[in-house]
Design a protein around this ligand. Structure first.
Ligand code: TRP
Length: 466
């Protein structure tokens, strides 16, 4: 049963789809959040459980999302509606994707805030390169506290924060407005290869000049006594964020996939590439941080504060620092593009608008929320929007959006997706889409029907009440 009423473009090839989806998955989640989470949660045990979550929960949900999109060939809620219709199931299931589209919009708004910090550091390293030249380390003659102070310095400047945030968002809007093949695909096809080259270069550099042995031991020595409930919760949340799951992003990209793309295989490649980048990011950052004698558990400050200090002691530090943040910028941009595309595709198909108009409407909304997020680091630090809910009692605007999306929208969206694909949708239809045979198909079916929804429900409850 082919869905009719297709209203939008397709990827020009299977590799374009893979690059765009890997571009969505690989982003600040891998470069910034993964090392921070691994470091805060004790290293090895977190990493092992993370891989376990990717395989048993992330990958099955990823395949479920792209197959809904591919069958529907439309924006995420409409795709779910079409799968439901072709399965003689209630079309109201589309609510799972409507929630997702809204959540993607929320994530976009604060993701671009952090994207703005990356742009700031690109500026910092360019000016450092100009001042101190190529050969020596970065920030010659400046105290470590001074370098660490760059981030709080930025936070203190509300106007600059807002400007960088909106600048990053504007670049994202530019590419989404240009459409699937000349915008979204263009960014992925040109920027992802540059990203990989820079990334491998920096990893190899880190391995040779940094303390590689200590980093490997830290990340891959599994101490089971460290595997607490909290660590497990952090690992599964990280796996979801990193794979762009639970919020309709991968449904939207799946909708541009052609009928002859094998989705099972493609999902495996996407999850594999994303996980590899996360591991290598750890192996790029920790050797450099350890060589400088800094702590692994700096959390969010690891990439923005510890790493720049470490670049001080390294040969060609300014240049490596610049290359590093340019690379993170490319990764972040291909992700923010996917976060904007999910709500934009919905708005322009649903209200029959021109794509650039829809992009502008969604973008302006994200800009408004973004300003509030940017200001939660300074002028509005004491504004707690959901203070009436105990879980978010003393949580500023930025952290509230982060918490609501990670603790509520992502797990709920993923649970509903699993129930829909595993129990509600027509088994034959699903079978035709997923590209799996034999044992793999059976395993995936069991994971989607039983393992994922149960595990995700436990995670949802633990996140809310633990
Ligand atoms: N996965 C991206 C990262 O790791 C972020 C991202 C892009 C995302 N699209 C998403 C997260 C959709 C959740 C949902 O940086």
């Amino acid at each position: 049963m082919a869905a009719t009423g297709k209203t939008h473009e397709n990827w020009s090839s299977r590799s374009a789809f893979i690059l765009a989806a890997v571009g969505s998955a690989v982003g600040l989640g891998n470069m910034w959040r993964f090392p921070a989470e691994a470091g805060e949660n004790g290293g090895g045990a977190f990493v092992l459980f993370y891989i376990f979550c990717v395989l048993l929960i992330g990958l099955p949900v990823l395949l479920s999302e792209v197959l809904i999109g591919r069958h529907g060939q439309a924006n995420a809620p409409e795709s779910v509606r079409r799968v439901a219709r072709d399965s003689n199931a209630p079309e109201g299931w589309s609510i799972l994707a409507s929630m997702g589209v809204f959540a993607a919009f929320l994530i976009l708004s604060f993701y671009c805030v952090v994207g703005g910090w990356v742009v700031y550091y690109i500026g910092v390293f360019i000016s450092d390169l100009v001042q101190t030249g190529l050969a020596g380390g970065a920030f010659e003659g400046r105290a470590a506290g001074d370098i660490e102070g760059l981030l709080p310095g930025l936070f203190g400047n509300g106007g600059l924060m807002v400007g960088l945030n909106l600048g990053f968002l504007a670049v994202t809007m530019f590419f989404v407005a240009r459409g699937v093949s000349s915008g979204i695909e263009w960014v992925a096809v040109y920027l992802m290869p540059i990203f990989f080259v820079l990334f491998l270069g920096i990893t190899i550099y880190g391995a040779f000049t940094g303390n590689f042995g200590e980093a490997v031991a830290y990340l891959f020595t599994f101490d089971f006594s460290k595997l607490t409930g909290e660590v497990m919760l952090a690992a599964v949340g990280q796996a979801f964020f990193s794979l762009s799951l639970g919020v309709a992003g991968m449904m939207t990209y799946g909708a541009y996939a052609n009928r002859d793309t094998n989705l099972g295989e493609t999902s495996g490649i996407i999850a594999g590439a994303d996980t590899m980048v996360a591991m290598l990011a750890g192996l790029a950052i920790f050797p450099i941080v350890f060589a400088a004698g800094l702590s692994a558990s700096a959390g969010p400050g690891l990439m923005f504060q510890s790493l720049p200090i470490a670049f001080q002691a390294m040969p060609f530090g300014s240049l490596i620092g610049l290359a590093f943040f340019v690379m993170v910028f490319f990764a972040a941009l291909t992700s923010s593009v996917s976060l904007l595309e999910a709500p934009t595709a919905y708005v322009f198909e649903k209200f029959k608008l021109a794509r650039p108009v829809a992009t502008l409407i969604v973008g302006l909304g994200a800009a408004a929320l973004g300003v509030l997020s940017s200001l939660s680091f300074n002028d509005m630090a004491e504004f707690y929007p959901l203070s009436f809910i105990p879980l978010f009692a003393e949580t500023n605007f930025f952290d509230t959006l982060d918490g609501v999306t990670a603790k509520l929208f992502m797990p709920i969206g993923a649970i509903l997706t699993c129930i829909f694909v595993g129990w509600i949708a027509d088994a034959k239809l699903i079978d035709d889409e997923n590209g799996l045979d034999g044992v793999l198909h059976q395993t995936w079916r069991v994971l989607v029907r039983f393992v994922c929804p149960i595990a995700l429900t436990i995670i949802l409850l633990a996140g809310l009440f633990a």
